[in-house]
Design a protein around this ligand. Structure first.
Ligand code: C2E
Ligand code: CA
Ligand code: CA
Ligand code: CA
Length: 276
């Protein structure tokens, strides 16, 4: 059930030490994982809220440590960044996701998470161009998900990278919207194709919490005004799906429709998912 949540990670969280030696060894382990096929992408379905059809999948990075078992990306992405490996691993993620998505039907999109560090460094546009060229994936089928953290510090090179990516024709997505300190102002800083509404608001709106409903309505109205698509994140039950659909959210994503699974387990979810 949903209470299990990220239960697969419980072991690591209990074992999480913060001493420096331990951290060093994790840095080495992740470096080895990159060169020994130890990293994988799992894919989670994204559903059109009106038709119930599968319209895309989000690629989520997985690392199963040989001794500690699965470690959540929230914990190892910062380690990757500290180890100076974010460009190497981030590039691998983009290439891997594009090579997988080219096997999917028609217009189905693949979404890839990109961290602030990846954008501020050199070369992400070249990586994307290379991945699209070598796989033949149409640029419009690739979505790059970024969070508001990319705007902190007002980095000119970050905005330039976003603009280059958009010019290539890939879709920029603002992730976790509503969480933290996200401001409507960020939407004017880059040309986003989509906003993902953080699951705390999806949950709150479905529970009838008035502030959450008001915020979700405001986000959806704003998105409509800007002609930006919307996805509700963390949809875990029928009630959340029904509320977000009724409010006019374009797409739904969450455990209700499917957990992230390895590419080898991707069956034709299009046949299984039907909201109506
Ligand atoms: P995110 O981009 O917001 O991804 C959504 C997270 O919510 C994923 O956690 C997903 O497994 C989880 N999730 C999906 N549906 C539900 C649901 O119904 N209920 C709940 N409670 N959770 C749900 P995950 O895979 O642990 O990833 C955590 C974060 O790690 C991601 O958050 C993203 O910020 C980061 N991340 C994942 N893959 C990558 C990557 O390749 N590169 C970078 N830079 N960051 C990544
Ligand atoms: Ca994401
Ligand atoms: Ca998110
Ligand atoms: Ca997140």
């Amino acid at each position: 059930g949903k209470e299990a949540g990220r239960g697969g990670y419980a072991f690591f969280e209990q074992q999480m030490y913060v001493d420096a030696e331990d951290y060093r060894s994790l840095e080495n382990d992740v470096r080895n994982a990159l060169s020994s096929d130890g990293l994988a992408l799992h894919y989670q379905p994204i559903i059109d809220s009106r038709t119930g059809k599968l319209v895309g999948r989000e690629a989520l990075l997985r690392w199963s440590h040989p001794v500690r078992g699965p470690i959540p990306p929230d914990q190892f992405v910062p380690i990757i960044e500290d180890a100076g490996l974010i460009h190497q691993i981030g590039d691998w993620v983009i290439r891997e996701a594009c090579s997988e998505a080219i096997h999917w039907p028609g217009e189905m999109r693949v979404a890839v998470n990109v961290s602030a560090a990846q954008l501020s460094g050199p070369g992400i546009a070249e990586t994307v161009l290379g991945a699209l060229a070598s796989t033949g994936l149409a640029p419009g089928r690739l979505e790059l998900e970024v969070t508001e953290s990319i705007f902190i510090g007002d980095d000119v090179s970050t905005l330039a990278a976003l603009e280059r990516l958009r010019a290539i024709g890939v879709r920029l997505v603002l992730d976790d919207f509503g969480k933290g300190y996200s401001s409507f102002g960020y939407l004017s800083r880059a040309h986003f194709s989509k906003i993902k509404i953080d699951r705390s608001f999806v949950h709150g709106a479905a529970e009838g919490e008035r502030d959450c409903s008001a915020i979700v309505r405001a986000i959806l109205a704003l998105a409509r005004g800007l002609s930006v698509e919307t996805t509700a994140e963390g949809v875990e039950n029928e009630r959340e799906a029904a509320v977000m659909r009724a409010l006019g959210c374009d797409q739904l994503q969450g455990y209700l429709f499917g957990r992230p699974v390895p590419a080898t387990d991707l069956i034709d979810e299009q046949d299984l998912v039907d909201l109506h």
